[in-house]
Design a protein around this ligand. Sequence first.
Ligand code: COA
Ligand code: ZN
Length: 301
Amino acid sequence: MKLPKQVEIIEVGPRDGLQNEMVFIPTDKKMSLINALNKTGIKRMEATSFVHPVYVPQMKDASEVFQGIVKDPKIQYMALIPNEKGFDRAIEQGVQAVSLVVGASNSFNLKNVKMTRAESIKKFENVVVKAKEQKIFVRYNIATAFWCPFEGAVDESLVVEMAKTINRLGADEIVLCDTIGRANPNQVYSLFSSIMELQPEAMITAHFHDTYGMGQANVLAALQAGVRQFDASIGGLGGCPFAPGAAGNVATEDVVFMMNELGIETGIDLEALRLSLDLVKQMSNRGLMSHYYSVLEHSCV
Ligand code: COA
Ligand code: ZN
């Protein structure tokens, strides 16, 4: 297998991981998790989201979290925003990197942000211009890039066209998300190969959920297609409140473990992830979807 020397793993646990937890996690616990993740070698993370507190109550303390965490100057802390209001709220708090989200599937986008896909794309044009003027890093997520919980399989050419538009707009990073964890490695290889062939100026990142246990296989397929950046969530937490049936993201520690085994550098210390793992274990009502953690728990090593 042709493998790169290194990849980057972007931690999305404090946002994607926690947003789907039903019981409100106290703000200081969210901050402790981010502060623990700071010490693991992670260089970029989604810390929170500036979304409507009624629709996603778990994220109602976004400002407090963002203000309260220890900010390591070597780490980029991103915040997800669903619209212009979210952008303004984030900027007020001093956020330097925003994570925009649009669903490739129109039905999903309507459920998620109450706008058609076209409306979201149009409104985000302004946001990207404003962000660029203020030298804010723009990460642009295409949610449901492979499958939609309401419409089924998503057309690859539609996602490629969206990626071209987003690249022309000047986004710094484009993230293709398998929001419901339904993609298979063939589909992943095909879409990412098409995107990489465009040679976009934006960085390309893969974001997988592990609903059917194909998360790591999809990471490997994307790696083969030339992707070098992967989102992952500590403890395998995650899921979108507006995408029924979605399980958590691929677990950070599982992806790090696989990369270590393949001799690929991530810069993340597996041992150092243990404290963060213990913290998410205490926070979540659900069991962790993490192979590495279950090995630790059952003392198999
Ligand atoms: N944060 C907080 N309040 C917001 C907001 C934001 N990002 N965007 C809009 N609002 C407020 C408006 O100011 C307005 O307030 P008012 O009634 O006091 O005037 C009210 O919400 C309605 O505004 P509107 O633009 O019509 O919003 P909406 O009700 O159509 O909701 C979203 C749109 C995008 C805010 C909402 O669907 C949302 O937060 N979705 C988040 C989805 C998510 O987090 N998914 C998981 C991650 S992908
Ligand atoms: Zn996700």
